[in-house]
Write a protein that binds this ligand. Structure first.
Ligand SMILES: [Zn+2]
Length: 102
């Protein structure tokens, strides 16, 4: 039996009793300017697609240097899902409300 754990609070998720939410994030560096300046118009854009697809398959964190593309996947319990949806970018509410600033 597959056992799921919430990636946010670490609580075990029992699929029989609650909904497990899966969050998939796709992060890509926006470097349109570089490409325009450094590459010719006739560069085959299919090449770029293939490079990205290769990265997806590798899941290799050993690529040093600039991180261009990354996919992440998280399992969330219902509680954490609701909190995540209210604040997907993890903005600090404490700054806004002044908690912990005294
Ligand atoms: Zn959770």
């Amino acid at each position: 039996m597959i056992h799921f754990t919430c990636d946010r609070c670490g609580r075990p998720i029992d699929p029989a009793n609650e909904i497990r939410y899966t969050v998939k994030m796709e992060v890509q560096a926006a470097m349109e300017t570089w490409e325009d300046e450094n590459q010719d118009e006739d560069r085959d854009h299919l090449m770029e697609v293939h490079e990205i697809l290769d990265r997806e398959d590798e899941f290799d964190d050993d690529h040093s240097g600039l991180e261009v593309y990354r996919r992440m996947r998280f399992d969330l319990c219902t509680n954490c899902y609701q909190q995540f949806m209210q604040n997907p970018l993890g903005k600090s509410k404490s700054v806004k409300l002044g908690f912990g600033e005294n």
